[in-house]
Design a protein. Sequence first.
Length: 173
Amino acid sequence: MPEAGPHPAGEHAGPPIHLRPAREADLGAIVPLLLRLKRLNEEFDPLLRVREDAEAQAQEVLRAQLADPKAVVLVAEGSGADRGKVVGFVRAVVRERPFYAPEFEGVIVDIYLLPLYRRRGAGEYLLAEVSAALKAKGAGVVTAEFPAQNEIAVRFYTKRGFRPVTSIHARTL
């Protein structure tokens, strides 16, 4: 995948990032970022409490998704002093929608960038590239999953044309 290119008018060009498919050798860099994201999610709702075995689960889930043809796992490598360093990632899957058209949905399950790379176009680039990868795998619609209370995520996705479609409500048993 190419490095981040020009950004839409009015947006700040951020530090260029290089996106590429994740490899098993990247797990050591992705897992801590994934756990940072999950711990952030925990702050939004107690039902998102991170498990004690979350690191082992992250390794297992990521390893399985790297081998899954319906999954997309991309890493963002930084520039400058961060050249070659994993500074973010996105994890997504293609799911069947047996009752709806389009039949396949690309679901962005996790997206995370280190703070230095936020609000500079890198997230938008990551979103565009994962959307293209999901479309190439047959998805006709792309959705994103994140905590309902995460207003930053709501604004990020809304600004890029996403809107609420379904809602998940939960209670402890």
